[in-house]
Write a protein that binds this ligand. Sequence first.
Ligand SMILES: Nc1ncnc2c1ncn2[C@@H]1O[C@H](COP(=O)(O)OP(=O)(O)O)[C@@H](O)[C@H]1O
Ligand SMILES: [Mg+2]
Length: 496
Amino acid sequence: MELGTVVCKDETPNTTIFYFVATKESKVKRGLFVQTKTREGLLVGRIEEITKTNRYFMQPETISNYETDINLHFPTDRWEFLLCKVYCLGILDERVRKANYPVSPGEAVKLAENKNLEKLFKFDEQGLKIGNVSGHALEVKLNLNRLFQKHIAILSLSGAGKSYATAVLVEELLNRTDEQGKVGVIIIDPHGEYSSFAYDENFSQKANLIKGRDIRIGIPHLSSYYYRLFLPNLSFAQERDLIKIIEELKKTEDVFGIKEIIQKIEESERIKQATKDVLIPNLYSLNSLRLFGYYDIPSVNTIILPGQASILDISEITNDKKKKMVAAYFLRELFNKRVKRKIPPFIAFIEEAHNFAPEGSSKENFSKNIIKKIAREGRKFNALLCLISQRPVHLCTTSLSQCNTFMFLKITNPYDLKHISESSEGITSELQRQITSLDVGEAVLVGEASSFPLFVKIREKKVIDAETNKSLEDECIEFLEKKENRKKDARDLMGG
Ligand SMILES: Nc1ncnc2c1ncn2[C@@H]1O[C@H](COP(=O)(O)OP(=O)(O)O)[C@@H](O)[C@H]1O
Ligand SMILES: [Mg+2]
């Protein structure tokens, strides 16, 4: 489809920028990919900006002379035209290379053909189909290896479509065949947004939903590392006494819990009373979290299965420490098992990643160290992270800088924009500006997954939401009705 003709303007055409005047009927849009011929081959570019001009309205004096009647005297509408500024991506051969010569003025500019865009973005027929190239009737097909060559971060302000895009990614991962290679998925889900996978008939076979209230960390096999991590205020001597007691219990008991540890400490003649007075309240407080039990739920060996997703729905856990303990324990156990090749390769999707791996340091950021560790070392073992966050500034910089693919949806906060541009090389000020004006459900991929910023209109998700959010009005009415019913039941009971 022909869009227009290259013109001379300012210092252009040069090797990075050219302008073209759009034909009257062409539907040019910002962000569209275009192609044009040069002596080196086919040049591909992207429309960066569109301006409207009309030379009848260039001189303020003319307008002031004619006031409103100028349209009656001259064919002004025929002189209105669109001028498009194109950023040149390069000459398309087997690879894309930088242009050495500019395009010639007068050359026709066409809409980039799909086959050329597929080549430009190295789309893979077997890849993840997460949507369309913005403005083009072309499916995005991301090669799995390239997308997850290392970790990925999905960042935007709240409500821009991160969780939606993540659900689409997960759908694509779950729908892969044996031949395409199936990866295991775990989702740390603080808002219960992914439970729909377990209720949708098309996905329920591939989804394993674990509710927060059922999650347990098994005490009998818990390594001493976790006692240090979860009880950060113990002194060295207190810690040593505790671990000794646990070692003794491990020798004599197959199954024991925190209560048994407490009992053993109380009975011990070796431990000083002062130490007991610290250990026992600390253990009681751990116990009160209702997180520790006789064995792990879910079992670490079955969380990661090829082509399956385990969803840890921790939305009903109100205690922040407990949420972090869950993430810390399961991520660390999975990573260790993966290092020993005991479980299949996996991708851990971490929603609200800034809560689990925050930038600041605190003894109670239980999950931060393991996320940093996986960020640094996970790639070698194909233990991969997808960090999802609406507050990139608060997300641990070490982990963020280990991501080499970024999916940005709309971000407007200047601090967040500054932070992400410092964490990733590919983010020019122009791209920052474009990120601020994305629509809901529109994303731009930058980094290893795509040679050039790839604007994607994320497709509709297939998984059907189990429960839609109720409106405030509906929920208030329902609440009253329930209360009335309970009253009535009570009256019936007493009367009858
Ligand atoms: N690609 C999309 N297609 C259609 N609707 C979308 C898309 N992305 C987001 N939405 C809508 O926007 C809402 C907010 O998206 P969500 O993913 O929850 O945002 P975030 O996780 O960034 O806070 C969704 O509930 C959905 O209605
Ligand atoms: Mg979300």
